[in-house]
Design a protein around this ligand. Sequence first.
Ligand code: KPL
Length: 303
Amino acid sequence: MSEWAILGAGALGCVFAGLLRQQGHPVSLLLSERHRGHLHPSLELITLGGHHELIHTRPLFAEQASQLSHLLVTTKAYQVVGALQGLRGLPASCPIILLHNGMGVTDAVRTLFPDNPILVGVTSHGAMKESEWLIRHTGKGETWIGPANDAAHDFQHLCHPLTTAFGHAQWSEDIHALQRQKLAVNAVINPLTARYGVHNGDLLEPRFFEVLEQLTEEVHQVMLRLGETETLELFKRRLHRVMELTATNYSSMHQDLAHGRPTEIDYITGYILGQASRHQLPAPVCQQLYQEIVKRSSDKGRY
Ligand code: KPL
């Protein structure tokens, strides 16, 4: 079985490491400098059924990149480029699958690795860190992958091991459309839940009705300009479904802000604002949320 390397030992990366290991794949975790010299502890995964499983992975550091054959990048959006820059020895044959939230990173990765197959992935699995190496899989979701450069067009076969491990993985030639649709959901749920300190499902309460409506419309207007064809009604239905399915989860932005980590605000709300300004669309709610999240992050010294 082929080995998968995971760059980004956050909640989602660790869950994916666990799911791949459960299917017998060797998995290596690319660790950052702060882990050097420390004993590599085992990952403990709390499965959807509540079982605790120890997951054995091979620790690797950037200078060992020449050993990689399949790379899943599960860092936060703002870490992708910096983390990949360290992997100069990556073989040109190694596909790089980018799984971060938000948009605006892929071009830089294409420039860094012009010969590697670059793929974008969109996933709706839920994951949460209980402590550094104790990870909870909080929701089973769908995973879609697709090509982000010419070299990646023949990589449909990667869906097979990923489907077996994750329960679902499908190929999309138009992965950017799916990435955009996920961005639209994140641009509504993430800043609102982070700003108000609530679970995803709480946004369905009447007290959020007005701000939710306004933000949804602003984001939808931008999406239309980006080529999206989904109607406002369908977008609202999709949003509600995500809020219902992830009702008891805290969004990733809520978790980042609550734990004093940097957020992906620039790649989610910031991206929407950039596009709104390019197309001269008003986006006052987006703008206000952006400022509030940035302020809260900087109050915590994280911006
Ligand atoms: O992707 C998510 C995130 O938290 O980043 C959602 C879909 C909002 C689920 O929490």
